[in-house]
Ligand binder design. Structure first.
Ligand code: UDP
Length: 233
């Protein structure tokens, strides 16, 4: 089975089956577009297990994605899609880049979930882009942009509820979408503590990559605790 693509956190392989790919989660962890980088044993296993759990949960709630099944500790099978080069970020609470960009206090609760688009382009540092930019760059049509926003808000609603049951607050997250051969838009990539901000409701503990970004402890312990909470539900 040949390697089709290798990114910062995952490797993608072809399989014997048409339109089915194998994703292997790597132990590499990066922040700040690769400025900080480490190999942390066990990170790939945790993100594969957490993403598999969350995609299965979304499916049970009627949400479609590219995810087919988890096949080992570090691997899953997914439907082949062409990734739309947009990072779709949903925010419930201000943290990270929006506090610097617009001056919101960290922790400010938004009146309603906010959806933002970032252009996935490493050499431009993944800039925030407008819907008009998305059209000018021919990344997606009007109706598709609306579908992406609605789908992102639907994922948010399901995940906010899930986190609430775990006594956690879903601050923000990033998702990606892809197009299938027949042009259908599907949720793709991963949903893990690498791509979300998750805060404990009662303490200032967080269960996400900020622990790594800000050198605040072991991400293995952090992600494992989050997985244990997910599996205990
Ligand atoms: N995010 C991500 N990949 C990226 C950029 C952001 O998964 O390349 C996630 C990040 O973990 C957070 C959300 O998207 O949950 C919003 O990130 P933000 O725009 O605040 O950027 P950051 O502060 O992480 O640079």
């Amino acid at each position: 089975m040949s390697l089709l693509y290798e990114g910062k956190a995952k490797r993608i392989f072809s399989t014997g089956e048409n339109d089915v790919l194998r994703v292997e989660y790597k132990d590499e962890v990066t922040a700040g577009n690769g400025a900080k980088k480490d190999l942390i044993e066990g990170k790939g296993r945790l993100n594969n297990q957490i993403t598999s759990h969350i995609f299965n949960y979304l499916k049970a709630k009627g949400g479609k994605s590219h995810f087919i099944e988890q096949i080992s500790e570090t691997e899953q099978l997914v439907q082949s899609v062409e990734i739309i080069p947009l990072e779709v970020v949903v925010r419930n609470i201000a943290a990270g880049s929006i506090t610097k960009r617009l001056g919101f206090e960290k922790g400010h609760e938004f009146d309603e979930p906010l959806v933002e688009f970032f252009y996935k382009k490493d050499d431009l540092n993944d800039p925030l882009i407008t819907e008009d930019h998305i059209k000018l760059l021919h990344l997606a049509e009007d109706n598709e942009i609306n579908s992406l926003k609605e789908a992102a808000k639907d994922v948010n609603a399901v995940l906010v509820q899930l986190m609430d049951e775990m006594n956690l607050r879903l601050v923000d997250f990033k998702i990606e979408f892809g197009r299938t051969n027949d042009g259908q838009i599907l949720l793709a990539d991963e949903i893990s503590p690498d791509t979300c901000r998750i805060w404990d409701k009662d303490s200032d503990t967080n269960f996400d990559k900020d622990v790594y970004r800000e050198d605040r402890g072991s991400i293995i312990e952090t992600y494992q605790t989050f997985l244990n909470k997910l599996e205990a539900l």
